[in-house]
Design a protein around this ligand. Structure first.
Ligand code: UDP
Ligand code: MG
Length: 322
């Protein structure tokens, strides 16, 4: 059954985007009025720009936009907390006063036109609609290959994630309410949303290039996000370490037995090499386990994931963990 009301919040995290916002804001506004005219969302729907502690003039652009346009709201984080935190913060600020949210990056890479279909699916009764990239032609070969490799590793680790989906998605109020019960500090939203369940579907769009500025995700940050993604959703790496350890014990034992039977020292160089390999792998194993111990330490501290400095959306929702 179609939901009766659809007060929409389009949540857009922004970090140092002073060159992008003046270009993109008119497109967001135009899209919102199109959606309203088509009856896909209510007339009091909003675009919520979340400034993730930018160091440039992003916030002053957002506040001017919010001042001049009734349909634009601004939320400012007290300092940079990263894309995933900024996005979740925007969703949490919006969740009590909106019926449905769509999260999208501000740089024009994700086609705004996919929103029509997302909302159409919402009206058909879907609680979650994933924006899925139909092509990655505008990405570099390297980004394309590493991203696709990452999805494969995730599925090997038993993580249920939607292939080629990043953070462009629609969430109903109901899905968002349940999602707010996930209290973790180590956020990887695209892997967490499927855990909420509910009726979900996908909408395809082709990914464009940034309208201006540069990506905030260089290789080092992408590797970080990938490690966070795997460790926040699966403990399979620890099982792998365990299996590897057992395999090496067996190989070592076998080598010793063979050396004893042959009564020879000729296996010595081979054994030394094996020893080096195993001690290297020991460190890797310690590192993997350490990653989980470190993450548990961060979770246990239960610190707020963000602090909202100011918001035009009304009272600040401080329920970071609920
Ligand atoms: N972003 C953010 N905080 C950060 C880094 C990025 O809010 O610390 C925002 C950024 O402004 C953009 C989105 O996250 O709207 C995605 O970032 P980007 O386009 O740089 O990533 P890419 O598309 O290259 O993966
Ligand atoms: Mg981008």
């Amino acid at each position: 059954m179609a939901p009766s009301s659809a007060r929409l919040a389009i949540v857009v995290p922004c970090y140092n985007e002073e060159s992008v916002l003046p270009v993109m804001a008119p497109y967001f506004l135009e899209k919102l009025s199109q959606l309203m005219e088509a009856g896909l969302c209510d007339a009091d729907s909003r675009i919520v720009f979340v400034d993730d502690g930018s160091r440039d003039s992003t916030w002053s652009i957002i506040s001017t936009l919010a001042h001049d346009n009734e349909a634009i709201e601004g939320v400012k984080l007290s300092c940079n907390r990263g894309h995933q935190n900024a996005l979740l913060c925007g969703l949490m600020q919006a969740k009590d006063s909106f019926d449905v949210t769509i999260s999208i990056d501000c740089d024009g890479q994700d086609s705004l036109d996919a929103m029509d279909e997302m909302l159409a699916r919402y009206h058909e009764g879907y609680d979650v609609v994933y924006g899925v990239r139909s092509s990655r032609e505008t990405d570099t070969w390297f980004k394309r290959t590493t991203a696709q490799g990452f999805y494969k590793v995730l599925s090997l680790m038993g993580v249920d994630s939607v292939y080629n989906h990043a953070d462009y998605r629609l969430l109903s109020k109901r899905a968002l309410d349940y999602f707010s019960d996930y209290h973790e500090t180590n956020l990887f939203l695209r892997g967490m949303v499927p855990l909420v369940g509910f009726k979900s579907t996908s909408v395809e769009y082709s990914r464009a290039e940034r309208v201006a500025g540069e990506s905030h995700y260089p290789l080092s940050k992408m590797i970080h996000l990938a490690i966070d993604g795997i460790t926040s959703l699966s403990i399979e790496p620890i099982h792998m370490v365990m299996r590897l350890g057992m395999l090496f014990c067996f190989v070592g034992l076998l080598g010793l037995i063979i050396a004893a039977i042959m009564k020879t020292n000729s296996l010595l160089p081979f054994m030394v090499l094996l020893l080096m390999l195993f001690s290297g792998l020991n460190f890797v194993a310690l590192g993997i386990i350490g990653e989980y111990v470190g993450k548990s330490y961060l979770e246990i501290k239960h610190r707020p994931r963000w602090i909202v400095e100011t918001s035009t959306l009304g009272p600040i929702n401080r329920d970071n963990f609920q």
